[in-house]
Ligand binder design. Structure first.
Ligand code: F6R
Length: 241
């Protein structure tokens, strides 16, 4: 595991985008695993800039996103598909047919999850998986629990997540209660992993996940066993390590 410590959120975002650019330059038809959340927004801004500067093309890139809320349509501005279109796909030359996000509108959870594993398999696996880090150590929607769940699966969102999300919806009924997420093995099978964590509120979790024991109670800790994992931090997130 490599740890890259940078000075600031902007520097971490540039470093992370550079790693993704290197992947695209060395293998233009690579499969990128992508993440949502607030942390990678700066990374996507840098990738858009690199594309506009003529440094990279996404024309041959395939993508698979980590997760999606069950029940949300791509048009819903809280869906992860909407987020990806908004922050990256609409601004670069990626072929939208080559972008994949778990199908939030598939009511049959087994089907949604098996279909997604099949998509990843057919693409030949993930070349580079980008991850954020949950304040509780989650990656994707793999929350702390007693054992690592391997494959893409459906998770029940915790009451605190449901309540936190309720501010984005007109009524409690509309707030998603479940999500589809890649499993730990799906993530670990990626040939490269790049995790970005920034901000003071991630410092304790960074220490636990990458310098503590490997345990499903801190899901990101499994990345210590990945053969090619790079963790990009800003000074705040790196402050305890
Ligand atoms: C996003 C995802 C989540 C986030 C994590 C950190 O697709 O799967 O695991 O990466 O919750 O979110 P932020 O970056 O908002 O702190």
């Amino acid at each position: 595991m490599r740890i890259i410590k940078t000075e600031s959120y902007d520097a971490a975002s540039r470093a992370c985008a550079n790693l993704i650019m290197a992947q695209i330059v060395t293998k233009p038809d690579c499969v990128l695993g992508l993440a949502t959340g607030s942390t990678p927004i700066g990374t996507y801004e840098n990738l858009v800039r690199m594309y506009k500067d003529g440094d990279i093309s996404f024309a041959a890139v395939n993508s698979v996103n980590l997760d999606e809320y069950k029940g949300l349509s791509p048009e819903n501005d809280q869906s992860y598909r909407y987020f990806m279109n908004d922050h990256l796909f609409s601004h670069v030359d990626i072929d939208i047919k080559k972008t994949n996000v778990p199908n939030g509108l598939e009511p049959d959870a087994n089907k949604a999850c098996e279909d997604y594993e099949e998509i990843i398999k057919k693409l030949g696996g993930i070349d580079l998986q980008l991850l954020g880090l949950g304040p509780n150590g989650h990656i994707g929607f793999n929350e702390p629990c007693d054992e690592f769940v391997k494959k893409t699966h459906c998770v029940d969102l915790t009451q605190s997540t449901i309540e936190a999300n309720s501010r984005f919806f007109a009524s409690m009924d509309e707030v998603p209660k479940q999500a589809y997420t890649m499993g730990i093995q799906t993530i670990m099978n990626a040939r490269k992993v790049v995790l970005i964590a920034t901000g003071k509120n991630k410092a304790e979790t960074v220490k636990k996940a990458f310098f503590g024991p490997i345990t499903p109670s801190v899901p990101a800790s499994i990345l210590q066993l990945h053969p090619d994992c790079t963790v990009v931090l800003d000074a705040d997130a790196a402050s305890l390590v």
